[in-house]
Design a protein around this ligand. Structure first.
Ligand SMILES: [Zn+2]
Length: 422
């Protein structure tokens, strides 16, 4: 069982093949699960307490033990950290990149506050290179599977001499001791003191935000002397306060990598109702026609999965000549549809919030239907607006929020976008 470095698991997950590499700790203490830190009041028929909260990772019972492999594997330092990327950072990206390397060398945590489209990925190359070239371990974790899928090929290309691990709930495979992994934040619960550098991308996003289990998992996964970096376009008060008090490092990047501004949502479209008797509101039809006439791909956000079929039908009735698809989290064909949309084989893609962040489509225009729905908070509205104008050859575009009520989230999103543009 050599391929379990930095992992924590139950005995049956390592086929009871327990050697001296593993430290054995009770899996529950006073009813608190040691993997997810939650108190449990659930009992098996034999009256043994078990944790239901993290049961998806293998059931933890009161009499079980967690085995933690703390026997640090020594990775051979990689020349140049395995970085083969030949691109060039902008001056602003370079500054942030250097700030990250500095924090990592000082074993400090760091907050990167960067607008959507700032080119966060490229800014990480330097610090990952520093980490890997010292024979240390790195992980990039994000709450969203789509973001893992988007980041993974980009890092594989940039670090073509490194074998990068990819872990999320939809693509299970056995652990394989990679020095550098990209995973969902859920996966971090399987690690213990494993990483010298842990980068959490989209830290404001669901489900990481406000989930104490995932925060606990992230804290456990990084080494005592390691660094945790937080990346976000909309940091919360707690992180900003830590940054202000110099408890953690801080980098601000309020320009997109191509120097362009964030698109300001054109949100005066008050519509009621959005459709009537299977017909879309004429104002909305007019807007959509304009976009299609300009030959731009259109991404339309719908708050709930249950509403997708209705909207899909209405859009097909209204625009019978257009190629339209809809996509949501549980859609088996999701990756394929996203690829088709990226290749401009579709005119309109109707989606839930799963595509609110981490994805890039050239020249895309965005409409949010029912932008006043409670499902959209300020960070998600900012992210959605941030899908537009990401390409250096096409820096502007339409973001249209349609609503009945002008909510606090809408107001805040507009305020923050304008503030970042100042
Ligand atoms: Zn648990």
């Amino acid at each position: 069982m050599s391929k379990m470095y930095g992992r924590q698991c139950l005995a049956d997950q390592i086929n009871n093949n327990i050697n001296s590499d593993f430290e054995k700790v009770p899996a529950m203490k006073n009813g608190i699960c040691q993997r997810c830190n939650q108190f449990s009041n659930f009992f098996l028929p034999n009256q043994e307490r078990y944790c239901r909260n993290c049961i998806g990772l293998g059931r933890i019972c009161e009499k079980d033990y967690l085995y933690r492999n703390l026997n640090a594997k020594h990775y051979k330092p990689l020349i140049d950290g395995g970085l083969t990327w030949q691109g060039k950072l902008t001056q602003a990206q370079e500054r942030v990149s250097n700030e990250l390397i500095e924090s990592f060398n000082k074993h400090k945590d760091h907050l990167v506050h960067a607008v959507t489209g700032a080119g966060k990925t490229e800014m990480l190359f330097g610090v990952i290179k520093t980490c890997l070239s010292a024979g240390k371990t790195a992980a990039i974790a994000t709450p969203r599977i789509d973001v893992v899928d988007e980041l993974y090929p980009r890092f594989c290309e940039a670090f073509s001499r490194v074998k990068i691990g990819k872990y999320h709930g939809r693509e299970f495979h056995e652990p394989d001791d990679e020095q550098f992994i990209i995973c969902t934040t859920h996966q971090l619960l399987k690690f213990y003191q494993a990483f010298d550098l842990l980068v959490i991308d989209e830290v404001d996003s669901f489900p990481f935000h406000n989930d104490p289990v995932l925060h606990f998992g992230a804290k456990q996964a990084v080494k005592m002397q390691g660094s945790c970096f937080y990346l976000t376009a909309t940091p919360d008060e707690k992180l900003l306060k830590k940054a202000k008090q110099h408890e953690i490092g801080y980098s601000l990047l309020n320009r997109r990598f191509h120097g362009g501004l964030l698109p300001i949502p054109k949100n005066q479209l008050y519509l009621r109702p959005f459709f009537k008797k299977n017909k879309l509101h004429p104002k909305l039809v007019k807007q959509i026609k304009k976009i299609i006439d300009n030959k731009k791909p259109l991404l339309i956000f719908v708050p709930r999965i249950a509403q997708l079929p209705t909207y899909h039908q209405i859009f097909e009735n209204t625009f019978p000549k257009l190629k339209i698809a809809s996509v949501h989290a549980a859609d088996k064909d999701r990756q394929n549809k996203v690829r088709q949309f990226r290749n401009q084989e579709l005119d309109i893609l109707l989606t839930t919030t799963i595509l609110e962040r981490g994805v890039t489509f050239k020249s895309v225009q965005v409409i949010v239907l029912a932008a006043d729905d409670e499902i959209y908070n300020t960070p998600s509205l900012i992210q959605i607006a941030g899908r537009v104008g990401r390409n250096k050859d096409d820096r502007t575009g339409l973001v249209l929020f349609c609503y009945h009520h002008y909510t606090k989230s809408l107001r805040q999103a507009n305020y923050q976008i304008r503030k970042m543009n100042r």
